[in-house]
Design a protein around this ligand. Structure first.
Ligand code: AP5
Ligand code: MG
Ligand code: ZN
Length: 217
Protein backbone atom coordinates (compact mmCIF):
# COMPACT_ATOMS: atom_id res chain seq x y z
CA UNK A 1 0.00 0.00 0.00
CA UNK A 2 1.23 3.45 -0.90
CA UNK A 3 -0.40 6.08 1.27
CA UNK A 4 -0.09 9.86 1.51
CA UNK A 5 -1.07 11.46 4.81
CA UNK A 6 -1.95 15.11 4.31
CA UNK A 7 -3.32 17.75 6.63
CA UNK A 8 -2.40 20.82 8.66
CA UNK A 9 -0.07 20.79 11.69
CA UNK A 10 -1.72 18.89 14.54
CA UNK A 11 -4.29 17.12 12.35
CA UNK A 12 -2.98 13.74 13.54
CA UNK A 13 -0.74 12.57 10.67
CA UNK A 14 1.97 11.22 12.98
CA UNK A 15 -0.57 9.75 15.41
CA UNK A 16 -2.37 7.86 12.66
CA UNK A 17 0.89 6.82 10.95
CA UNK A 18 1.93 5.11 14.18
CA UNK A 19 -1.26 2.99 14.02
CA UNK A 20 -0.92 2.33 10.28
CA UNK A 21 2.60 0.97 10.81
CA UNK A 22 1.30 -1.45 13.42
CA UNK A 23 -1.71 -2.49 11.32
CA UNK A 24 -0.05 -2.90 7.91
CA UNK A 25 3.66 -3.32 8.72
CA UNK A 26 4.80 -0.66 6.26
CA UNK A 27 7.24 2.16 7.13
CA UNK A 28 6.33 5.78 7.80
CA UNK A 29 8.36 8.34 5.94
CA UNK A 30 7.97 11.65 7.71
CA UNK A 31 9.99 14.48 6.19
CA UNK A 32 9.54 16.43 9.44
CA UNK A 33 11.04 13.54 11.46
CA UNK A 34 13.89 13.21 8.94
CA UNK A 35 14.69 16.92 9.23
CA UNK A 36 14.53 16.79 13.05
CA UNK A 37 16.95 13.83 13.05
CA UNK A 38 19.34 15.83 10.82
CA UNK A 39 19.05 18.86 13.14
CA UNK A 40 19.88 16.64 16.12
CA UNK A 41 22.94 15.19 14.39
CA UNK A 42 24.12 18.67 13.38
CA UNK A 43 24.64 17.71 9.71
CA UNK A 44 24.74 20.43 6.99
CA UNK A 45 21.20 19.34 5.99
CA UNK A 46 20.11 19.77 9.61
CA UNK A 47 21.64 23.24 9.84
CA UNK A 48 19.89 24.34 6.66
CA UNK A 49 16.54 22.77 7.63
CA UNK A 50 16.58 24.29 11.12
CA UNK A 51 16.66 27.85 9.78
CA UNK A 52 13.35 27.22 7.98
CA UNK A 53 11.70 25.02 10.60
CA UNK A 54 12.24 27.51 13.42
CA UNK A 55 10.26 30.09 11.43
CA UNK A 56 7.54 27.63 10.49
CA UNK A 57 8.54 27.96 6.82
CA UNK A 58 9.05 25.10 4.35
CA UNK A 59 12.49 23.69 3.63
CA UNK A 60 13.28 24.31 -0.10
CA UNK A 61 11.77 21.78 -2.54
CA UNK A 62 15.13 20.77 -4.05
CA UNK A 63 16.41 19.62 -0.63
CA UNK A 64 13.17 17.91 0.40
CA UNK A 65 12.60 16.03 -2.86
CA UNK A 66 16.18 14.72 -2.76
CA UNK A 67 15.84 13.14 0.68
CA UNK A 68 12.47 11.58 -0.13
CA UNK A 69 13.72 10.09 -3.39
CA UNK A 70 16.68 8.53 -1.60
CA UNK A 71 14.47 7.18 1.19
CA UNK A 72 11.89 5.61 -1.17
CA UNK A 73 14.67 3.67 -2.91
CA UNK A 74 15.56 1.80 0.30
CA UNK A 75 14.82 -1.89 0.75
CA UNK A 76 12.14 -1.52 3.45
CA UNK A 77 10.02 0.61 1.10
CA UNK A 78 9.57 -2.01 -1.59
CA UNK A 79 6.20 -3.31 -0.34
CA UNK A 80 4.65 0.01 0.56
CA UNK A 81 4.97 3.10 2.72
CA UNK A 82 3.14 5.93 4.42
CA UNK A 83 4.36 9.36 3.37
CA UNK A 84 3.65 11.82 6.21
CA UNK A 85 4.03 15.51 5.44
CA UNK A 86 5.19 15.15 1.83
CA UNK A 87 4.32 16.52 -0.71
CA UNK A 88 3.56 19.99 0.61
CA UNK A 89 3.90 22.12 -2.54
CA UNK A 90 2.78 21.67 -6.14
CA UNK A 91 6.43 21.28 -7.17
CA UNK A 92 6.87 18.46 -4.62
CA UNK A 93 3.69 16.78 -5.88
CA UNK A 94 4.96 16.94 -9.48
CA UNK A 95 8.31 15.48 -8.41
CA UNK A 96 6.57 12.70 -6.52
CA UNK A 97 4.53 11.89 -9.63
CA UNK A 98 7.69 11.40 -11.64
CA UNK A 99 9.41 9.38 -8.91
CA UNK A 100 6.37 7.06 -8.71
CA UNK A 101 6.20 6.81 -12.49
CA UNK A 102 9.87 5.79 -12.61
CA UNK A 103 9.26 3.19 -9.89
CA UNK A 104 6.07 1.92 -11.56
CA UNK A 105 3.99 2.63 -8.45
CA UNK A 106 0.53 4.18 -8.13
CA UNK A 107 -0.86 5.66 -4.94
CA UNK A 108 -3.40 3.58 -3.02
CA UNK A 109 -4.95 6.57 -1.26
CA UNK A 110 -4.35 10.18 -0.31
CA UNK A 111 -5.81 10.68 3.15
CA UNK A 112 -6.51 14.33 3.99
CA UNK A 113 -7.06 14.71 7.73
CA UNK A 114 -8.44 18.00 9.02
CA UNK A 115 -9.71 19.38 12.31
CA UNK A 116 -11.00 22.58 13.82
CA UNK A 117 -8.38 25.40 13.74
CA UNK A 118 -8.32 26.26 17.44
CA UNK A 119 -8.14 22.57 18.34
CA UNK A 120 -5.11 22.22 16.06
CA UNK A 121 -3.37 24.97 18.03
CA UNK A 122 -4.25 23.27 21.35
CA UNK A 123 -3.04 19.91 20.07
CA UNK A 124 0.28 21.20 18.85
CA UNK A 125 0.99 23.39 21.87
CA UNK A 126 0.40 20.49 24.29
CA UNK A 127 2.23 17.88 22.25
CA UNK A 128 5.10 15.81 23.66
CA UNK A 129 7.31 13.81 21.30
CA UNK A 130 9.54 10.81 21.98
CA UNK A 131 13.23 11.46 21.29
CA UNK A 132 13.77 7.82 20.36
CA UNK A 133 10.76 6.65 18.31
CA UNK A 134 9.10 10.03 17.45
CA UNK A 135 5.69 8.95 18.85
CA UNK A 136 3.39 11.89 19.70
CA UNK A 137 1.72 12.25 23.09
CA UNK A 138 -0.30 15.10 24.53
CA UNK A 139 -0.46 16.61 28.00
CA UNK A 140 -4.28 16.34 28.05
CA UNK A 141 -5.43 14.33 25.01
CA UNK A 142 -2.91 11.47 25.18
CA UNK A 143 -0.99 11.66 28.42
CA UNK A 144 1.84 9.15 28.75
CA UNK A 145 1.42 6.56 31.52
CA UNK A 146 4.54 7.89 33.21
CA UNK A 147 5.28 11.62 33.00
CA UNK A 148 8.06 12.43 30.53
CA UNK A 149 8.44 8.82 29.35
CA UNK A 150 7.28 7.24 26.05
CA UNK A 151 4.74 4.40 26.51
CA UNK A 152 6.07 2.61 23.41
CA UNK A 153 9.84 2.56 23.96
CA UNK A 154 10.68 4.23 27.29
CA UNK A 155 12.36 7.16 25.46
CA UNK A 156 12.40 10.69 26.84
CA UNK A 157 9.54 13.02 25.82
CA UNK A 158 10.29 16.59 24.75
CA UNK A 159 8.51 19.60 23.24
CA UNK A 160 9.37 20.35 19.61
CA UNK A 161 11.15 23.68 19.02
CA UNK A 162 8.46 24.70 16.49
CA UNK A 163 5.55 23.86 18.82
CA UNK A 164 5.08 27.36 20.22
CA UNK A 165 1.98 29.39 19.46
CA UNK A 166 3.72 31.95 17.18
CA UNK A 167 5.36 29.30 14.97
CA UNK A 168 2.19 27.20 14.91
CA UNK A 169 0.23 30.14 13.45
CA UNK A 170 2.91 30.58 10.74
CA UNK A 171 2.82 26.84 9.98
CA UNK A 172 -0.96 26.97 9.60
CA UNK A 173 -0.68 29.96 7.24
CA UNK A 174 1.97 28.15 5.18
CA UNK A 175 -0.31 25.11 5.03
CA UNK A 176 -3.24 27.21 3.75
CA UNK A 177 -1.13 28.92 1.14
CA UNK A 178 1.14 26.16 -0.15
CA UNK A 179 -0.24 22.75 0.79
CA UNK A 180 -4.04 23.05 0.83
CA UNK A 181 -4.17 23.60 -2.97
CA UNK A 182 -2.84 20.04 -3.35
CA UNK A 183 -6.20 18.70 -2.20
CA UNK A 184 -7.72 19.68 -5.55
CA UNK A 185 -4.73 18.21 -7.34
CA UNK A 186 -5.28 14.82 -5.68
CA UNK A 187 -9.07 15.03 -5.95
CA UNK A 188 -8.60 15.08 -9.71
CA UNK A 189 -6.55 11.90 -9.52
CA UNK A 190 -9.50 10.15 -7.86
CA UNK A 191 -7.64 8.70 -4.86
CA UNK A 192 -8.26 11.53 -2.38
CA UNK A 193 -10.32 10.84 0.76
CA UNK A 194 -11.40 13.43 3.33
CA UNK A 195 -10.90 12.19 6.90
CA UNK A 196 -12.68 13.92 9.77
CA UNK A 197 -9.88 14.56 12.26
CA UNK A 198 -12.19 16.16 14.84
CA UNK A 199 -13.09 12.74 16.21
CA UNK A 200 -11.20 10.68 18.79
CA UNK A 201 -7.91 9.10 17.67
CA UNK A 202 -9.60 5.66 17.53
CA UNK A 203 -12.54 6.93 15.47
CA UNK A 204 -10.19 8.63 13.01
CA UNK A 205 -8.24 5.39 12.64
CA UNK A 206 -11.39 3.39 12.08
CA UNK A 207 -12.41 5.78 9.24
CA UNK A 208 -8.93 5.46 7.75
CA UNK A 209 -9.07 1.67 7.79
CA UNK A 210 -12.52 1.78 6.16
CA UNK A 211 -11.24 4.07 3.39
CA UNK A 212 -8.20 1.88 2.76
CA UNK A 213 -10.35 -1.24 2.56
CA UNK A 214 -12.43 0.45 -0.15
CA UNK A 215 -9.36 1.81 -1.95
CA UNK A 216 -7.73 -1.62 -2.18
CA UNK A 217 -10.77 -3.14 -3.94
P1 AP5 B 1 6.14 18.19 10.35
O1 AP5 B 1 6.93 17.48 11.36
O2 AP5 B 1 5.57 17.43 9.23
O3 AP5 B 1 5.01 19.01 11.10
P2 AP5 B 1 3.51 19.45 10.67
O4 AP5 B 1 3.09 19.20 9.30
O5 AP5 B 1 3.42 20.83 11.13
O6 AP5 B 1 2.63 18.43 11.39
P3 AP5 B 1 2.70 17.99 12.88
O7 AP5 B 1 3.76 16.94 13.05
O8 AP5 B 1 2.78 19.21 13.74
O9 AP5 B 1 1.25 17.39 13.06
P4 AP5 B 1 0.67 15.92 12.92
O10 AP5 B 1 -0.43 15.99 11.95
O11 AP5 B 1 1.73 14.91 12.70
O12 AP5 B 1 0.06 15.77 14.38
P5 AP5 B 1 0.28 14.66 15.52
O13 AP5 B 1 -0.23 13.35 15.08
O14 AP5 B 1 1.64 14.73 16.08
O15 AP5 B 1 7.00 19.37 9.72
C1 AP5 B 1 7.76 20.24 10.55
C2 AP5 B 1 8.56 21.20 9.70
O16 AP5 B 1 9.50 20.49 8.89
C3 AP5 B 1 7.77 22.06 8.70
O17 AP5 B 1 7.22 23.21 9.31
C4 AP5 B 1 8.85 22.38 7.66
O18 AP5 B 1 9.69 23.40 8.12
C5 AP5 B 1 9.63 21.08 7.60
N1 AP5 B 1 9.08 20.15 6.58
C6 AP5 B 1 8.53 18.93 6.82
N2 AP5 B 1 8.11 18.37 5.67
C7 AP5 B 1 8.40 19.25 4.68
C8 AP5 B 1 8.19 19.24 3.28
N3 AP5 B 1 7.57 18.23 2.64
N4 AP5 B 1 8.61 20.33 2.57
C9 AP5 B 1 9.23 21.35 3.17
N5 AP5 B 1 9.43 21.44 4.51
C10 AP5 B 1 9.03 20.39 5.26
O19 AP5 B 1 -0.78 15.22 16.61
C11 AP5 B 1 -0.59 16.48 17.21
C12 AP5 B 1 -0.99 16.42 18.68
O20 AP5 B 1 -2.41 16.22 18.77
C13 AP5 B 1 -0.36 15.26 19.47
O21 AP5 B 1 -0.07 15.71 20.76
C14 AP5 B 1 -1.44 14.18 19.48
O22 AP5 B 1 -1.38 13.37 20.63
C15 AP5 B 1 -2.73 15.01 19.45
N6 AP5 B 1 -3.80 14.39 18.66
C16 AP5 B 1 -3.69 13.74 17.46
N7 AP5 B 1 -4.89 13.31 17.03
C17 AP5 B 1 -5.80 13.72 17.99
C18 AP5 B 1 -7.22 13.56 18.12
N8 AP5 B 1 -7.94 12.93 17.20
N9 AP5 B 1 -7.80 14.11 19.22
C19 AP5 B 1 -7.06 14.77 20.18
N10 AP5 B 1 -5.73 14.94 20.10
C20 AP5 B 1 -5.10 14.42 19.02
MG1 MG C 1 3.82 14.96 12.53
ZN1 ZN D 1 9.25 6.21 22.01
Amino acid sequence: MYILLMGPPGAGKGTQAERLIREYGIPQISTGDMFRAAVKSGTPLGKEAKSYMDKGALVPDSVTVGIVKERLAQEDCKDGWILDGFPRTTAQAASLDSILHEMGISLTAVLGINANREDLVKRVSGRLVCRKCSASFHRDFRPPKQQGVCDNCGGELYQRADDNEKTIRSRLAVYDEQTKPLIDYYKMSGCYVDIDGDQSMDEVFSDIKGSLAKAKK
